[in-house]
Design a binder for this molecule. Structure first.
Ligand SMILES: Cc1ncc(COP(=O)(O)O)c(C=O)c1O
Length: 475
């Protein structure tokens, strides 16, 4: 058997078996064709994969070029391959769609007509051309040695660019040497929890409600107690935090997730006093503060006490989640441990992406992108609020001043789970607040992510939701 690398970018392996003893019964060109046909059918060679030039494959197999040319021609005739100008031969078919039985496809459920699911960022708006300019600059200007392994903190250019940006826009007190670049908030909080657990922390406080897919399961996995602190209209209830005997707290002070409250200046100062008194750590998740619509930006709490607060930022809301880029400003006494944990986790985030983002920030492209996107999201939010006001005035929207989602509280006579289920039957996907609560008691509420929806789709979705609410009431 000959295992040959193709010249395709997907680098598929061609597994070609030739039995020269059988060449009378089955000529070599048929054997080559049969092997390639089988690889296409089995999906080993995928749609669009390039095959090696006939001369290269012939040399690799130790056969004359005519054998390969004939095999390719046969497969082109059968529709497995296409022959393109310039002598390129590519796989033409999706696996399983060639002659022979096609695999049975499973019936798919129809996707929801309008999806208010939280967490979808409008990935279609990624500033590709500007990013590409930064990629080009990085490749033109960066010496090869820079593409080697690095320490766990990330590249100094990005530390500096982010520190400048955060100090200017988020009111942080950022020293570039205390910055650790990570794969989004998800990894950042994971590293912090590991470090805290290793230093003897026992209890992590989180907001209630709060996300169920990051700090909470991570802390439980690290053996920490997780305690939920109720939130009110202005974010976490600090009096409850003071009673919780926690070693650290995860907060979303600028836009509580999901309810949207903003922690007041007095409450912020009280959180900091609590942390200083206890020697506790505040983990500030500043996930969507750049998108603020109705009032001046609310500064980060890290600026009040850089020795007690870890500031965590992410590109997931401002650019796209697929970048997996996040950053932390870590108190000096923890930064070496966090950088070491990062190194152990994945040997550092991608250097090329970090340099690209540094260049992107330095050119002002990030600011430009935010300036471009703010009115787009604001119009979507306004469309959502207008539609709720028209079709469902009995709902009470909250946390509307920022971000890419809104929570609307339900009146007491409407059961949250029943409304979510009835909405799904009407083609509207959305989630309730209940699944994010630690203490199940609390008012029913719906979470509307609006970042990816057109204003028309939003209006259509809310009109359908109103019909779903009527269904629930009728039942
Ligand atoms: C509350 C909150 N924090 C942080 C993030 C971002 O996480 P990551 O940076 O890991 O993508 C999200 C994303 O949806 C979020 O909802």
């Amino acid at each position: 058997m000959h295992r040959l690398r193709t010249n395709s970018s997907t680098a598929e392996d061609l597994l070609i078996e030739l039995d020269r003893d059988r060449s009378r019964a089955e000529p070599l060109h048929r054997q080559v064709a049969a092997s390639i046909r089988e690889s296409v059918r089995a999906g080993r060679l995928r749609h669009g994969a390039s095959l090696p030039p006939s001369r290269t494959l012939a040399a690799g197999l130790g056969v004359s070029r005519g054998v390969v040319v004939e095999a390719y021609q046969q497969l082109v005739a059968e529709g497995y391959l296409t022959s393109r100008a310039g002598g390129y031969t590519q796989v033409a078919l999706e696996p399983g769609t060639g002659p022979g039985p096609a695999p049975r496809t499973r019936a798919r459920e129809a996707p929801p007509a309008v999806d208010f699911g939280y967490g979808h960022t409008d990935v279609s708006t990624f500033p590709r051309a500007a990013w590409l300019r930064s990629v080009r600059t990085v490749f033109a200007a960066t010496p090869n040695e820079r593409f080697a392994y690095l320490d766990g903190r990330g590249v100094p250019e990005l530390h500096q660019a982010l520190a400048d940006y955060l100090n200017r826009v988020r009111g942080t007190s950022a020293d570039p040497k205390d910055m650790v670049v990570c794969s989004g908030f998800g990894q950042g909080v994971s590293l912090l929890i590991q470090v805290l657990a290793a230093r003897g922390a026992r209890r992590l406080a989180v907001e209630d409600p709060s996300p169920d897919d990051d700090a909470r399961p991570l802390a439980a996995a690290a053996g920490l107690d997780v305690v939920g602190i109720p939130v009110g209209p202005d974010g976490i209830r600090v009096g409850e935090l003071e009673k919780a005997d926690a070693d650290a707290v995860v907060l979303t002070p600028s836009h509580q997730w999901p309810t949207g409250g903003v922690l007041s200046a007095a409450a912020r100062a009280r959180v900091i006093r609590w942390a200083q008194r206890r020697g506790a750590l505040v983990i500030e998740d500043d996930y969507d503060a750049e998108y603020r619509y109705d009032r001046a930006p609310v500064g980060a709490i890290q600026g009040l006490a850089p020795d007690r607060v870890v500031y965590c930022g992410t590109a997931s809301k401002t650019l796209v989640p697929g970048l997996r880029l996040g950053w932390m400003l870590v108190p000096p006494h923890l930064v070496d441990d966090v950088a070491q944990a990062k190194l152990l986790a994945d040997r550092g985030s991608a250097v090329i992406d970090q340099l690209t983002f540094a260049d992107f920030l330095g050119r002002g492209e990030f600011d430009r992108h935010l300036r471009r996107m703010r009115p787009v999201y604001r119009r979507r939010r306004d469309a959502l609020l207008a539609a709720l006001d028209t079709h469902l005035p009995e709902l009470t929207p909250t946390g509307i001043a920022a971000g890419q989602h809104v929570v609307a509280w339900l009146p007491p006579d409407l059961d949250e789970a029943a409304v979510v289920a009835a909405a799904a039957r009407r083609g509207v996907a959305l989630r309730g607040v209940a699944r994010y609560r630690l203490d199940p008691a609390g008012p029913g509420g719906l979470i509307f992510g609006y970042a990816t929806l057109s204003e028309r789709a939003i209006a259509r979705g809310i009109a359908a939701l109103a019909r779903a609410v009527a269904d629930v009431r009728a039942a």
